[in-house]
Ligand binder design. Structure first.
Ligand code: NAD
Length: 506
């Protein structure tokens, strides 16, 4: 860990704390929310979240706006213009968005800048998808032309976590609006401000009033209302597995479609034949970027036995050299965790692992020094002498904590990698592509990275298996997840149907 350096804090006015209730800026009447700057514990903003009454008002207005032909009747290229205008707005305000998101979450400005750029690209992409999605003329089996078309679902609730708000908001809001729906977004209580900033941009971009709401508030109050309300036609959720399971149960009661992007405990695999420098950089970035607060964090490392000792000792040395620092410092690699409460949870995971016999190779606590005193910093941590069955190898820590284990051969590895409740992502480092292909096909994960990690393209579908969720976001089909499919039969023969014909002709 290197010492602190000087840096300038961006000068940015934070959103004033009003909610965006279907196109109107209003003070919330729900539970109080406090947004804290994780780097020093200072308060960004105290605001009132959305109550059930606020949510019901937003839903009623959204219903009217969504049914209005001024929105429903727009041609695809006309609706796409709204998405492009939002993308332009995000790009024009990217520095501001990054600064606000850094204040909300403690992530580095470098990372929040990239998230803002990705959000703009997501709106642009789904505008383009909307303009270029064809409806299908399906193969005819009789005298009717058969067509498959898609309609908006109506009202969509998007519920997002605190770790990458602007990007996860965009991943839901862009395809849902492109599909012709109205969207009610509920961000997490630790990170309400950047989503409210998105509302300002959407408003200024001229989206017809009522189609978009941002309703921060307690999950059990406003989140629950959105899930259970009869007018909400779909919930798109990103967050923890237990919350997702609960939402899925409630959705089953309403027979409502849900998409769930949940947690992970993703394996990273270093084969003996790998480019070990590449692998080392990939493992470090895979687990310690975003301070490990990433659903796809490569948090279980498997290293092939012949290179295990040498690789792990290089990894520990490189981890100790990471710059743990202030999110405004351009040199920072590992920023604070989102909240002191979250740091306490991360510390509990590590303490339990040590009590159960894990060996601490580095980290395992908060850094010392004036810079770190009031922030929620936690050192990048590596634990060894664990087995894949230990809780530290099964539970999602959502922090900068890596467990390392050796593996013997391919069969051993596949069994170990798949012996886990999650199935979100996997990284494979090897120079042998056929081997990477075999491993990647055999391991349960929604995304496989070969000789890289955490690379993303909006055109590649994303989602998980097993406890990591269901459904896919992104990709050309991403827009269809927010539409209802409808079949048309158009008779072209003019011939009456058989037994009815006799009746009609007499
Ligand atoms: P969380 O499940 O606690 O909360 C997520 C959202 O759900 C928040 O907005 C929260 O207020 C809301 N919520 C909570 N209870 C609710 C309820 N009963 N009804 C409706 N909404 C409710 O998750 P978190 O702590 O904010 O985020 C961390 C989790 O998110 C991790 O498990 C992480 O893996 C997961 N995550 C997954 C992905 C992915 O794409 N797979 C991406 C990012 C984060």
């Amino acid at each position: 860990m290197t010492q602190m350096s000087t840096f300038a804090a961006p000068d940015v006015a934070l959103p004033d704390g009003r909610l965006y209730v279907a196109g109107e800026w209003e003070r919330g009447t729900g539970a109080e929310i406090t947004s804290v700057f994780p780097a020093d514990g200072s308060i960004n903003r105290v605001l009132k979240g959305a109550s059930r009454a606020d949510g019901e008002r937003a839903i009623a207005r959204a219903k009217a706006a969504q049914a209005d032909p001024a929105w429903r009747g727009l041609k695809p290229h006309e609706r796409a213009r709204h998405l492009y205008a939002i993308a332009d707005g995000i790009e024009a305000n990217a520095d501001r968005i990054a600064a606000i998101q850094t204040r909300d979450t403690g992530k580095t400005l470098r990372e929040t800048g990239a998230l803002a750029a990705s959000a703009a690209a997501t709106f642009r992409y789904f505008g383009a998808v909307l303009e270029t999605s064809d409806e299908d003329l399906t193969t005819r089996r009789g005298d009717a032309l058969t067509l498959s078309v898609h309609e908006p679902l109506g009202l969509v609730a998007a519920i997002t976590p605190w770790n990458s708000p602007i990007a996860s908001d965009a991943q839901k809001v862009a395809p849902a609006l492109a599909a012709g729906n109205a969207v009610l977004l509920k961000p997490a209580s630790w990170s309400p401000l950047v989503s409210l900033e998105l509302a300002r941009i959407v408003d200024e971009a001229g989206l017809p009033k009522g189609l978009f709401s941002v309703l921060p508030g307690a999950g059990r109050e406003i989140g629950n209302l959105l899930v259970e309300h009869p007018d909400i036609a779909k919930v798109s959720f990103t967050g923890g597995t237990e919350t997702g399971r609960r939402i899925a149960r409630q959705a089953a009661e309403k027979l409502m479609p849900v998409s769930l992007e949940l947690g992970g405990k993703s394996p990273t695999i270093v084969c003996a034949d790998a480019d070990l420098d590449l692998a080392l950089a990939g493992v470090l970035f895979g687990i310690f970027s975003s301070t490990g607060q990433s659903c796809i964090a490569g948090s279980r490392l498997f290293v092939e036995r012949p290179v295990y000792d040498a690789f792990v000792s290089r990894l520990v040395a490189a981890t100790k050299a990471l710059k743990v620092g202030h999110p405004h410092d351009p040199a920072t690699q590992v920023a604070p965790l989102v909240h002191l409460d979250h740091r306490a949870e991360v510390a509990d995971h590590v303490a339990r692992a040590l009590a159960e016999g894990a060996k601490l190779l580095c980290g395992g606590g908060a850094p010392e020094g004036e810079l770190y005193e009031n922030g929620s910093y936690y050192l990048p941590t590596i634990l060894a002498r664990v087995t894949n069955a230990d809780r530290i190898c099964r539970d999602e820590v959502f922090g900068p904590v890596l467990v390392v284990m050796p593996f013997e051969d391919e069969d051993d590895l596949i069994a170990l990698a798949n012996d886990n409740d999650y199935g979100l992502a996997c990284g494979i480092y090897s120079r042998d592509f056929p081997k990477s292909w075999r491993l990647g096909r055999a391991i349960n994960a929604g995304t496989i990275w070969v000789n890289t990690y955490k690379q993303f393209s909006i055109s590649a579908p994303f989602g998980g298996e097993k406890d990591s969720g269901m459904g896919r976001e992104k990709g050309r089909q991403g827009i269809r997840a927010y539409m209802a499919q409808k079949s048309f039969y158009v008779d072209v023969s003019g011939t009456p149907l058989p037994w009815a014909a006799a009746q009609v002709m007499t």
